[in-house]
Design a protein around this ligand. Structure first.
Ligand SMILES: [Zn+2]
Length: 518
């Protein structure tokens, strides 16, 4: 159900937005000459608009419903189809792509690309790839929710008091500002590391890959450390609103298993990327993308085992347990492992999520749902929503999105680091991280749009499964009080953070479902 991810901070790869300053970039050493220009038969200069944020279909990669964690899925990479697909096509079609320079215009930084045509025969192939890509994206995006529902407006005063609304909106505003400042700090850190790393890497005395791992480790620790004050501020804010009981230290280190595994995975990927780049050269990304995809499948598989809170099976919950076989069947999920995670010592927030695949697949309900604030009907609706994620294979679909973007993403990193020697150079590791953060920030709105689409489908399945629109309205209204979720987020808050439809939209959907019922 997980409706609350005000700040999805904490991963090594953060979403972010950084105007790359031209002067700063050009002060970096080691640029390779633009050889392609001289050889070109025909020169095309295409100006692309870079950081334009618009919603569009894009993926939350590894897990559905991750918001409760401070750290995100280890391999959460956000990619923008609009921006990266053209790059991929030019690369295939035109044989040569050179990034001439980065412009530093903040809202619309431009990447100017010089491309050379060498052959026309790639055009049909590129069109075919683009068509297949579009078809796959369409297939992944469509859901079983009937089209054209035209959700009605709902009177907020019927569900919440003025003070409920103010409290939720103040709460989220602080988290938004904290997140943006943290992101800025991480970007500045990565930028400085990108300047520092090439010189450092030359003097490590280790091999290239070994040097890359050291630089990667320094990068991980620096980013984590820079983020700490902002995470502490966030924790202070949660405690102030009585949403967290954890001490600051316990809270900071609680997700250690997730943090440690994400770090090991990140360093592993640094090593693999560097080895491939040194072995294959410029086209390492063609082999690198499948490795990234494989690792993200692996991460999705092991994620459920990294829960920092103890889990137990959901048994002996009178009023709930006996209804589970029916909702498992009606939702289409079939028999599913359902666990309860004991978070109530740490927080009063409520959450539930679906994670894993095959033997690790499970629905996890936070035990705060069972503390008496929610009726049995509401808890059953939460479970039906999660079973909807299972029934509609949302984790596999998320991995499908990752697969669609892995190639253009690795291509972008390969090309954008090429002028400084490419990913075979250990000194380029922080630059690659910086690029991923910037790309991730640009793609967040699209990724969130995909996530909202799947959440909407899970809500729809829950309504069809339980037939209980009254419980749905009460549940979604209660989230605003329990988790201080803003029922009417601003446009930008929605783009940057909203992995779920707002409470207003979810209640409207329950109304609509009820009206359409035969
Ligand atoms: Zn959900």
């Amino acid at each position: 159900m997980e409706h609350k991810r005000p700040v999805g901070r904490g991963s090594v790869i953060q979403r972010d937005d950084l105007p790359l300053d031209e002067a700063e970039l050009e002060s970096l050493p080691g640029e390779v000459a633009l050889g392609a220009v001289e050889e070109s038969l025909q020169l095309v200069v295409a100006t692309r608009d870079a950081r334009e944020r618009e919603p569009g279909p894009l993926p939350d990669v590894v897990v559905v419903d991750l918001g409760h964690r401070r750290a995100e899925a280890p391999l959460e990479l956000r990619l923008d189809r609009k921006k990266l697909l053209p790059l991929a096509l030019e690369r295939t079609v035109l044989r040569e792509v050179e990034l001439e320079r980065q412009d530093s215009d903040v809202p619309a930084a431009h990447t100017r690309t010089i491309v050379t045509f060498r052959s026309g025969i790639w055009m049909p192939i590129a069109l075919l790839v683009a068509a297949a890509w579009g078809l796959a994206a369409w297939a992944l995006y469509r859901t079983s929710v009937p089209g054209g529902l035209g959700l009605p407006g709902i009177p907020e005063s019927r569900y919440w008091t003025e003070s409920d609304l103010d409290r939720a909106s103040d709460f989220q505003l602080f988290l938004t500002v904290d997140y943006l400042l943290a992101t800025l700090a991480v970007l500045v850190t990565l930028f400085l590391l990108a300047l520092w790393a090439p010189g450092f890497a030359r003097n490590t005395g280790l091999g290239a890959v070994g040097g890359g791992i050291i630089v990667g480790l320094v990068t991980l620790v620096a980013v984590w450390a820079v983020d700490v004050p902002f995470r502490l501020a966030e924790q202070w804010w949660y405690r102030r609103h009585h949403l967290s009981e954890d001490s600051y230290l316990a809270w900071l280190f609680a997700p250690w298993a997730e943090l440690a595994s994400a770090s090991v995975l990140a360093l592993f990927l640094v090593a693999v990327t560097m080895a491939l780049a040194r072995w294959i050269g410029r086209f390492w990304w063609m082999a690198g993308a499948p490795v990234f995809i494989g690792v993200s499948v692996f991460a999705a598989f092991v994620f459920p085992y990294l829960d920092p809170y103890p889990q137990r099976s959901l048994v002996a919950e009178p009023g709930i347990t006996e209804r589970i076989p029916e909702i498992e069947e009606r939702s289409g999920a079939g028999p599913t492992e359902i666990n309860v995670s004991r978070v109530s010592d740490s927080t009063s927030l409520v959450n539930a999520y679906t994670a894993g695949m095959g033997p690790s697949e499970r629905v996890v309900l936070w035990d705060t749902f069972l503390d008496g604030r929610f009726s049995d009907d509401e808890v059953v609706l939460v479970l039906a929503h999660e079973l909807g994620h299972v029934a509609k294979s949302h984790i596999w679909k998320s991995l499908g999105w990752f697969g669609l973007f892995a190639f253009p993403m690795t291509l972008a990193v390969a090309e954008l680091t090429r002028r400084r020697g490419g990913m075979g150079q250990p000194g380029n590791v922080p630059l690659a991280a910086l690029l991923l953060v910037v790309i991730g920030f640009a793609l967040a709105p699209a990724q969130n749009a995909v996530s909202r689409n799947y959440e909407e489908e899970a809500d729809w399945v829950a309504l069809e499964t339980t037939g209980d629109s009254a419980a749905a309205r009460e549940l979604f209204a209660e989230f605003v009080r329990a988790d201080l979720e803003d029922p009417t987020p601003s446009f930008w808050q929605k783009q940057l953070f909203a992995t779920h439809p707002s409470a207003v939209e979810r209640i409207a959907m329950a109304d609509t479902w009820e009206e359409r019922r035969p």
